[in-house]
Ligand binder design. Structure first.
Ligand code: ZN
Length: 333
């Protein structure tokens, strides 16, 4: 390993303290169409995220790295921005080739170590969530296939930690909301920041409903978390931000204000829809996003649930469960 790092020191010496960031654009089956993996080259080389599961994405990543004169063995480790499949999917195949250490937020532990038990717990949660929304799990639930991950050499990181990326220290900020495991990786020397899916210049990010932690009965309220995380990020001295589904951007504070305003606009849309009486989340979704069909309905339901959590917190709506379905109405008091 020391030899390996020594070689890296030599081969990347020319970049000196200035880091070179190589974006690797990989196709995904999701609506964004692509995801960026970043190779960060400085005194060492670090891989940020790994693309989708499966051989197609793995070989695409490998071939694009090769075009840049890189191989998996050149990297010191992998850092994952969060635990969504288009970001962590490549870990297993990369580790089969070279056992690179993986750094990920500590809340990823149950997903990585929970095996089939955690897989079933998650499926059961989403099944119940769809029923509670008034949707039909048979039609609207995304059927995931269980993949035994078998990761090795996993290092769990938390808010405030410092981690080496391309040989330079980056500070870890836990910014839950889009997922529970989202982190920002900030280089306070030059402002380079890997934002994962926390912020994307071209599109508004969904704050996804997720199951409670294994030791809890209450699911997180992701939009409330996301807004708090955005406010925290707004105050950080970020420079160029590298996001996973869009172009690098600067002036993150402006973008954050825009996103916070979009949440307000969606809340007013929901408010208008509820003026005609109480509705299930599925009914609200059909009015707001009539084009969503099949499993993509979940995207709308998750987003609306998040906004209803916010409206409930502001005492604008109340909910009542009737025959397992949650109905929301405007509060008149
Ligand atoms: Zn994501």
């Amino acid at each position: 390993m020391l030899n390996c790092i020594g070689l890296i020191l030599q081969s990347y010496k020319e970049w000196g303290p200035i880091q070179k960031i190589v974006p690797i654009k990989l196709e995904t089956p999701f609506s964004e169409g692509f995801v960026y993996v970043f190779a960060v080259l400085g005194d060492t080389a670090t891989l940020i995220d790994t693309g989708n599961p499966g051989e197609k994405s793995f070989y695409e990543l490998k071939s694009q790295l090769r075009q840049n004169g890189l191989e998996f063995k050149d990297f010191d480790h992998i850092v994952l921005t969060h635990m969504h499949t288009d970001h962590y999917g490549g870990v297993r195949l990369i580790q089969e080739e070279v056992l690179l250490p993986v750094y990920v937020h500590e809340l990823a532990r149950p997903i990585i170590t929970g095996g089939i038990y955690e897989f079933h717990r998650m499926n059961e949660f989403f099944n119940q969530f769809l029923i509670q929304c008034g949707a039909t799990p048979l039609v609207h639930q995304y059927r995931r296939k269980y993949i035994e991950e078998n990761w090795e050499n996993v290092h769990y990181i938390k808010n405030g930690d410092s981690i080496s990326i391309g040989g330079s220290p980056y500070k870890v900020y836990h910014v839950p909301g889009h997922s529970q495991t989202d982190i920002l990786l900030v280089n306070h020397e030059n402002g380079f920041t890997f934002v994962g899916d926390h912020l994307i210049a071209e599109l508004s990010v969904n704050a996804f409903i997720e199951p409670p932690k294994p030791d809890s009965n209450n699911r997180p309220k992701p939009l409330l978390q996301y807004r708090e995380s955005l406010s925290q990020a707004k105050n950080l001295p970020l420079g160029v931000c590298y996001s996973s589904h869009g172009q690098p951007f600067q002036e993150h504070a402006k973008l954050i204000d825009q996103r916070l305003m979009e949440h307000e606009n969606r809340c007013s849309n929901i408010h208008k829809i509820l003026q005609s009486g109480q509705k299930s989340i599925f009914e609200i979704c059909q009015e707001m996003y009539p084009r969503l069909k099949g499993t993509s309905v979940f995207l709308g339901l998750s987003q609306i649930q998040g906004h209803l959590d916010l409206m409930e917190e502001r005492e604008l709506v109340s909910s009542e469960e009737i025959n397992e379905i949650l109905y929301y109405r405007l509060r008149s008091d």
